[in-house]
Design a protein around this ligand. Sequence first.
Ligand SMILES: Cc1ncc(COP(=O)(O)O)c(C=O)c1O
Length: 432
Amino acid sequence: MSQNDVLFERAQKTIPGGVNSPVRAFRQVGGTPRFVTKAQGPYFWDAENRRYIDLIMSWGPMIVGHANPEVVEAVKKAAETSFSYGAPTEGEIELAERICALVPSVEQVRLVSSGTEATMSALRLARGYTGRDVIIKFEGCYHGHADSLLVKAGSGLLTFADSTQNAPSSGGVPQDLVKHTLVLPYNDVEAIEAVFKKQGDQIAAVILEPIAGNMNLIQPSKAFLNAIRSLTNQYGSVLIYDEVMTGFRVALGGAQSLQGIQPDLTCLGKVMGGGMPIAAFGGKREIMSRLAPLGNVYQAGTLSGNPVAVAAGLKTLEIISRAGFFENLTSQTQKLMAGMKQMADKANIPFAVDSVGGMFGFYFSKEVPSSYEAVTKTNIEAFKQFFHLMLDEGVYLAPSAYEAGFTSMTHDDAVISAIIAAADKAFQKLGA
Ligand SMILES: Cc1ncc(COP(=O)(O)O)c(C=O)c1O
């Protein structure tokens, strides 16, 4: 029994499934989760003191690498003056100002503690602002675990759930609640046009991952994005970009800066806290001013704007704003994907790749999929084998075929070459 097995067995006695978030449990790929003892740059070490190259980076946040010295220093300094006050601080203003400057569609922003809180609050705000109940989400998009968003959701829900059309993807979610959630296929322009034509005046909000990363990486078509923006404008519905994953990850200004679209509200998380539990939602002043204490839409949090998390976020945003950061991250990620594709081709294995900024997807299929349905048709069995072969080679991929992967500024040429060499061996074994 390895030390990871020992810890997993012990964990399962007091923690449901042994983990504090489902996908960590390796249920899709099988085997024992690695218990992490420390991490540095692009690496982490498990309970056996084995080193892995990390390609999930805490599911996105660690874009400047694990234990980045500048961020560690900022956190230490903040921690010395207490962890939390429950009263406002100047750091919160600085972080709000920084976010508004980097994401121009955000005129005002409220800090919260998780991506789930951000999307849940943005939705309540959209409903309060419009006085309407119905929301539209897209198949395979995950927006955290608030009740009305757990319908045909991606990430762990897609990995584990046996979801039927418009049934909740989770137990404990009333049908009555999700009846206000309409679920449409991603990248389907006709479907969204038809729904707006039928009941556009009842739709409070459309929420989407502007580049989906919770059903593996799936890019939207221009026509899809344009249709959503023009229909929400036409019918007075709120367009919510859930950039919890893509914000400060695919580009400094998020997916919206690449797409040239201004959503009404934006949800942020992950990178903006550099690994600390902090997230945000923000957007048009006219909508944001409906929040308490100004307006009647309630939202609050004991630890919201936590000073230690704010310090980590501010330093992380400062580092990623430096000249050349995203050019470098993008080219390293492209190099990684091109190298893996080349090795798969060499082994004659159908394999496709995609990436945007520091976020990537690879698929055991001939083509890059463009919908949830297409992703579920890729070769999941091949992925499972590949995952374990890579793990044996010391490369830690997301333990599910329905997740995107993430790089950091510490994934330098030597690290990328090591991953490609590992992939070469893994594909050879897979093809044998
Ligand atoms: C797009 C998106 N929205 C929301 C969330 C929820 O964020 P959190 O896990 O911080 O609650 C996630 C988490 O993976 C996400 O990827």
